[in-house]
Write a protein that binds this ligand. Structure first.
Ligand SMILES: Nc1ncnc2c1ncn2[C@@H]1O[C@H](COP(=O)(O)OP(=O)(O)OP(=O)(O)O)[C@@H](O)[C@H]1O
Length: 270
């Protein structure tokens, strides 16, 4: 289970560039739940995932994962529990190393690196079989540098690596946004299969309404660093993309109202 309690994060505190990116997030995610994270640009989606992964320490609040209070754990220690795939296919893999070597690294996530780069021989066959299920012909290219592959192939492999050790939590941050539509569909389908098969607790950021309604069992919509909507159960099942668009319209109206209120206040005090 993932439990966030009163999470706050401000960047550039006390300067003109101050951004209150997370303003008190309380969120509990049950084991095996697949949660879609939606929200407008700058609403705090990536910051939420980064806070959980330990890319920085939060200013306030606590983060509990799989029974551990990880609030003060450094990122590399949290990596033992967390698998992650980023938007950029070039993140998360070592481009000059082979597919097999990258998997060897993934198998040692969060452990010391003094063990060499080679994949244990007994893992080679299961790896080949697993990669063959991608139907991308990569099972015969385990010695190829991962940097020589297409974005879609890399993201598919990165996903397999991130989930190879069945993490307590999988974080997907717009992981298909940089791919062509066909590759994006393939990687989304693969993600769904892996998540369902291994019952992985997952947080997936997307801007796609279609993905939001067709995937997962819960949607949280972020707005100005807080969770504005939390949709699950029967409501999530019957949700249509138009319903989500209505919610986004509501958010835009709020923004406009906030902006006009700020403008009126400015006029009053100038
Ligand atoms: N490392 C950082 N330093 C300074 N500001 C940051 C940092 N990370 C995020 N922010 C700011 O925090 C706010 C929330 O950003 P975040 O990336 O979480 O939004 P998002 O909802 O993921 O947006 P998008 O959909 O555009 O990716 C933004 O104003 C952003 O500029």
């Amino acid at each position: 289970m993932l439990a966030l309690s009163g999470i706050r994060k401000t960047f550039h505190t006390g300067t003109v560039n101050e951004v209150r990116a997370l303003r008190g997030v309380d969120l509990t995610i049950e084991p095996g739940s697949f949660v879609i994270v939606l929200g407008m640009n700058g609403s705090g989606k990536s910051t939420l995932l980064n806070a959980v992964a330990g890319s920085f320490y939060v200013d306030e609040g606590s983060i509990e994962l799989a029974g551990h209070d990880v609030t003060k754990w450094p990122e590399h220690k949290r990596a033992r529990l967390i698998g992650r795939v980023f938007q950029n296919p070039f993140s998360g893999t070592a481009p000059t190393m082979s597919i097999a070597e990258n998997f060897a690294l993934a198998c040692r996530r969060g452990q010391s690196r003094g063990l060499g780069w080679a994949l244990a021989p007994n893992l080679m066959q299961p790896l080949r079989e697993r990669i063959a299920t991608l139907k991308m012909g990569l099972e015969d290219r385990l010695d190829n540098a991962i940097g020589s592959l297409s974005g879609g192939q890399r993201q598919a492999l990165t996903l397999l690596m991130a989930t190879w050790l069945k993490p307590e939590l999988l974080l997907l941050d717009e992981h298909t946004a940089a791919l062509d539509p066909k590759s994006a569909d393939q990687v989304i389908q693969l993600s769904d299969e892996v998540i369902q098969r291994d019952k992985l607790t997952t947080l997936m950021v997307t801007h796609s309404m279609q993905q939001a309604v067709s995937l997962g069992d819960r949607i949280i919509m972020m707005h100005r660093g807080q969770v504005l909507h939390d949709i699950r159960g029967a409501e999530k099942k019957r949700l249509r993309p138009e319903d989500l668009l209505d919610r986004f319209d509501e958010v835009r109206r709020r923004e406009l109202l906030d902006e006009s209120a700020a403008a009126i206040l400015n006029e009053l005090y100038i």
